[in-house]
Write a protein that binds this ligand. Sequence first.
Ligand code: F6R
Length: 264
Amino acid sequence: MQIVILPSADAVAEYGANLFIRQLTDKPGSVLGLATGSTPLALYQLLVNACRQQQVSFARAKTFNLDEYLGLAGDHPQSYRYFMQQHLFNAIDILPENTAVPDGTATDPVAACQQYERQIADAGGIDLQLLGLGRNGHIGFNEPSSGLRSRTRIKTLTPATIADNARFFQPGEYQPHLSITMGIGTILDAGKVLLLATGTSKASAVKAMIEGPLTAACPASALQLHQQAVVVLDDAAAAELADIEFYRHIERENQALLKRLSGQ
Ligand code: F6R
């Protein structure tokens, strides 16, 4: 796990956006795994700006979103499809047919999950997967106790996650308790994983993910098994890490090495 600690949420977004831009520059036909929620919003805005300024193109890219509420159609303002259209897809040069979000209204959701896995495999697998982090350590909608090798499937949301996400729904509005989510095994199959976490509310989940044991009680701890996982934190999210000075030291060494190798 590469741990990058930056002074602000803006710096986290910029770091993440640059990683996406580099990915697309190196491989314009990249398959990108995307997330919703508050955390990636600033990163998406930076990608939109970069696309408008022709610094990056999504014309050959394909995307797969992590998850969707079961029971919400893509035109529902709280659906994750709608979120992605509003915050990214409508504002970049991606082909609509190259954007995939699990179908929250599938008549056979179990078959739809298997189909989603097949679609990812047919696209050649995910090159770079973006993740946020739930306060309870979830990634995608893989809540605590999720199988560490799980695949795309239907998951029940915990009361904590339902409460966390209630802020996006109007009072009295129907809020689903079920989701379709890529599994932890699906996420671990991505070539690279980029997890962003900002703010003090994420600090204890960040500690469990990085310094806790590998356990289904903290699904994000599964990233300890990934060979190319980059975790980008702001100071507030990193605040509970016991070995914070060591992680900062490693990053300084990494930067110095990169500088030396590039002859600067
Ligand atoms: C959303 C998702 C979730 C969020 C997590 C953090 O697609 O996969 O795991 O990343 O709940 O949400 P925010 O960023 O709103 O704190």
